[in-house]
Each structure stands twice: as structure tokens, then as C-alpha cells.
Design a protein around this ligand. Structure first.
Ligand code: C5P
Length: 227
């Protein structure tokens, strides 16, 4: 089943302790965001790729897109102050489609099967997000003292991609904006509309390149895939 993907790529390198957008850091000589783009370029179900980028980085990113022959990239939106603003800018820029997938450009190791499951679920039920079961014991603490051990059997660590019927996601994003509501993922915006969001099990390899240790893990993942 077909889809359009929206990739927010307008962040910084703060938590990565980099002096530039962390997506431009290289793994084995190639910027991180290109690994992500190639997954979608190579997926025959992906109709179009849209990127939210910083105005001052647009030319650089466009040049990479041309050099790597990423022909599915159809357009760019200007990213905002927060990730949610960048995603909304992209959603408002793309031509209406059946299912839209929102995926962090900073997650280059997404699995194709997970994408297919998400798209299929979003086509049938409207909203589906990638997640993995929590592995550790989770406790709540107040002032450094445990107040509760949470039952982890019901807990999921949420990732992207998050897949939605396009009209639903656009409505949710615009309503959040009008209400001044800031969520930490797209699903939160859809949940506010009382719309059920399904979980699709993903892989632990689908990390978001966030802090310097993720670069070490990222290289190890790439090496293991070459074997
Ligand atoms: O900062 P964080 O790792 O949570 O960002 C997740 C994704 O959102 C990254 O791909 C980043 O480039 C993007 N982002 C964005 N606009 C922002 C902040 C983050 O497109 N204002």
C-alpha cells in the first residue's frame, strides 16, 4: 500500500554536542539523513518524500539529494522552532494523499517490514505508530525516593514512523497549533481528537541519533548489516 513520507530534518546538534545539525554528521563517510532517505527511496510503496529543513541548510541538503539521485524527494518545507512546527509545515505543503508517514530523519535504521505494517494499519484504521516493549524495570520517584513500580507489561517506548490517514493528521496538527498544544509525538495530537491509535511493534535498532553514544551504536548497526 502506498504512502507519502514527511521527514522533519530541521533540528540542531545540541544534545549530540555537535556544532551543526546532527543529521549532517557522517557515518562511514555519509551524512546520517541520507541513510534515512535511501530507505524510502528504495521502498516501492513510497510515492513521495518531503523534507522539513532549515532555510540556511536547504541548498546543502538539496545538493546531497541530487548527488545521491533521490528522485522521490518532491519538495521541502521550512522547519520551525519545534519539531511539531516542522512537521506541520510539511503536512501543509504536501499534496493531499491517502496515508502520510511522519518519520524522524534522525532514525536511519527503520525496518521496511515495520513501515509496511504501519501503512497497512493506517489505511484500515487511520492511525498507527511504531513502538517497542519497555525492557527495563520502570519506577516513579519523588525527591529521589521510589513512589511506585510501574507494570511494564503495558508500557511501550514510542518511535517513528507514525502513520496516519492524511486528513486526520492534518486536522490534528492544525488543531494542536490553534490550541497552543505541544506534544512530544504526532500520536498525542491525534489522541486529543479521541481517535484510537494502534501500536505496531518495531525493532530496537530503530534508534534516534540523539547523543554521542548513538553514533557508536549506529556504526555498529551499519557494520553488522554489511556482514
Ligand atoms: O531533536 P530530536 O532528535 O528530537 O529531533 C527529531 C527529528 O526532528 C530530527 O530528525 C530533527 O532534525 C527534527 N526536528 C525538526 N525541527 C525542529 C527540531 C527537530 O525538523 N525544530
Amino acid at each position: 500500500m502506498n504512502y507519502t513520507v514527511v521527514l522533519p530534518a530541521a533540528g540542531s546538534g545540541k544534545r549530540m554536542k555537535a556544532d551543526k545539525n546532527k543529521l549532517l554528521l557522517e557515518l562511514f563517510g555519509k551524512p546520517i539523513f541520507l541513510y534515512t532517505l535511501e530507505v524510502f527511496q528504495q521502498d516501492s510503496n513510497c510515492d513521495a518524500i518531503w523534507l522539513a529543513v532549515k532555510e540556511q541548510e536547504r541548498e546543502l541538503i538539496e545538493n546531497y539529494v541530487k548527488r545521491y539521485n533521490l528522485t522521490k524527494v518532491q519538495g521541502y518545507a521550512t522547519g520551525g522552532t519545534e519539531r511539531q512546527d516542522s512537521v506541520r509545515a510539511c503536512l501543509e505543503a504536501i499534496p493531499p494523499c491517502g496515508v502520510v508517514l511522519v518519520h524522524d530523519a534522525a532514525r536511519p535504521f527503520i525496518d521496511k517490514e515495520v513501515i509496511a505494517n504501519l501503512v497497512e494499519t493506517a489505511h484500515t484504521s487511520g492511525a498507527a505508530i511504531a513502538a517497542v516493549p519497555v525492557k527495563d524495570t520502570i519506577k516513579k520517584a519523588e525527591n529521589g525516593i521510589i513512589s511506585e513500580t510501574v507494570d511494564r507489561n503495558q508500557l511501550w517506548m514510542i518511535q517513528t514512523p507514525q502513520a496516519f490517514r492524511y486528513s486526520l493528521m492534518l486536522e490534528a496538527a492544525q488543531k494542536a497549533h490553534n490550541d497552543g498544544f505541544m506534544g512530544t509525538d504526532e500520536a498525542m495530537l491525534v489522541e486529543r481528537l479521541n481517535y484510537p491509535v494502534a501500536i505496531v511493534e518495531s525493532t530496537y535498532e530503530n534508534i534516534k541519533m540523539t547523543t554521542p553514544d548513538d553514533l557508536i551504536y549506529g556504526r555498529a548497526i551499519l557494520e553488522s548489516r554489511l556482514q
